[in-house]
Design a binder for this molecule. Structure first.
Ligand SMILES: NC(=O)c1ccc[n+]([C@@H]2O[C@H](COP(=O)([O-])OP(=O)(O)OC[C@H]3O[C@@H](n4cnc5c(N)ncnc54)[C@H](O)[C@@H]3O)[C@@H](O)[C@H]2O)c1
Ligand SMILES: [Zn+2]
Ligand SMILES: [Zn+2]
Length: 363
């Protein structure tokens, strides 16, 4: 099958013919119909985070089940599905307590070391990014990462449910547990941040302030439910948030991965507020927070969030159904449709902040 392979850090996405194995007992082979370009793939492609190359990146896909391993239950060939990079074993104490996003042994969904690789090129193993490897005609994944979705939802919209939607809306709904009347700031209104905004809208936040550098993103933020927008390039975003809210917000979400905006998120909080760190930072980077003044004095909290604290088996069908009812926006997230050979161009647009999501729909 065809896949976009990255051979080294900062290397190009090269479309090559690679081999994909048959499903092991717990695995599902999926014909990919749509694959979203999340910023996390770009982080791994352009920074040395210790991720083993060569690799097939991409982790936000929808498609049709092509074949099932002998032990797979609850899925049939022909089902429309989404995969998500929330890896869970289903059996550890966190999984049994309903928190698969905190699974103790997420590696359970990998193939055992020493067995044949799922993907290979000329006999050499290729790594699947977050166990998916979605920039390809097919993916071979563990059944615990696969969720069926209604056939009515178009593939390009469904793909975004797997990462951008569960990460963003989940952070607002599951992690922050926003209550009606709470106030919210979202710094970075990209593919993930726009979903934090619409999660906050669904949860009933009274004020949702979006901060970005791109006027087009701020416009889109309003469509997703922002009540106020701030261009962080033109103004002192912290002072502006404190002014708009009369002293700070209940919840501040950082959805970029920068030191400065993370510190801003903490500074924007009211007494007792919490900052949620969603953006991926460079490995080894640090932030400066004053324990005395910020954390103790103002009783603020800082919380790192992975995948929106999502239970994908429940949350993905929920967002899909809300979309089909017209109560959740996915159409507006898709900025452009591209081919498998258009990834470089797609990431160029993402870097410039010009698009919410580019989605690969031709392979
Ligand atoms: N924690 C998780 O589970 C998880 C999951 C998915 C993605 N992520 C991370 O979330 C972040 C966002 O991902 P995305 O796909 O939405 O990226 P994106 O590129 O679509 O969005 C980033 C947005 O931030 C804006 N921005 C950049 N610098 C800014 C600044 N200084 N001030 C204000 N706005 C600024 C950009 O204009 C853009 O709109 C990335 O770091 C990604 O790796 C984390
Ligand atoms: Zn992602
Ligand atoms: Zn587990």
């Amino acid at each position: 099958m065809k896949a976009a392979v990255v051979s080294e850090v900062k290397g190009a996405f090269e479309v090559l013919e690679i081999a994909i194995d048959n499903p092991a007992p717990q695995e599902v082979l999926i014909d990919v119909r749509a694959s979203g370009l999340c910023h996390s793939d770009l982080h791994v492609a352009s920074n040395d985070v210790g991720f083993p190359m060569p690799a097939v990146l991409g982790h936000e896909i929808s498609g049709v089940v092509a074949a099932l391993g002998s032990a797979v239950t609850g899925l049939a060939v022909g089902d429309h599905v989404v995969t998500s990079p929330v890896h869970s074993c289903g059996a550890c104490s966190s999984c049994r307590a309903g928190r698969p996003y905190q699974c103790r042994v997420p590696s359970h969904t990998n193939r055992a070391p020493g067995t044949a690789p799922r993907l290979s090129l000329d006999g050499r193993a290729l790594t699947q990014f977050i166990g998916v490897g979605g920039f390809a005609e097919q993916v071979l994944v563990h059944q615990n990462t696969v969720v069926p979705v209604p056939r009515e939802i178009p593939f390009d919209k469904a793909a975004l449910l797997g990462c951008g939607v569960v990460t963003g809306a989940g952070a607002a709904i599951n992690t922050a547990r926003i209550r009606p009347g709470d106030t919210v700031v979202v710094i970075g209104a990209g593919g993930v941040g726009l979903n934090v905004i619409q999660g906050a809208r669904l949860a009933g936040a009274s004020r949702i302030i979006a901060v970005d550098l791109q006027p087009a993103k701020l416009e889109l933020a309003t469509v997703f439910g922002a009540t106020d927008v701030i261009n962080g390039g033109d103004s002192d975003a912290v002072a502006e948030v404190l002014r708009l809210t009369g002293g700070g917000v209940t919840h501040a979400f950082e959805v970029i991965g920068l030191k400065r905006t993370t510190e801003q998120a903490v500074a924007m909080l009211e007494v007792g507020g919490t900052a949620y760190l969603i953006g991926v930072h460079q490995p080894g980077s640090t932030i400066d927070i004053t324990p005395f003044g910020d954390l103790m004095g103002k009783q603020k909290g800082i919380r790192g969030v992975a995948m929106g604290s999502s239970n994908i088996a429940i949350d993905i069908p929920m967002y899909a159904n809300l979309y089909l009812q017209g109560r959740f926006k996915l159409d507006e997230l898709v900025s452009s449709h591209i081919g498998l050979d258009g990834i470089e161009q797609g990431y160029q647009s993402l870097r410039s902040g010009a698009v919410a999501r580019s989605v690969i729909t031709s392979f």
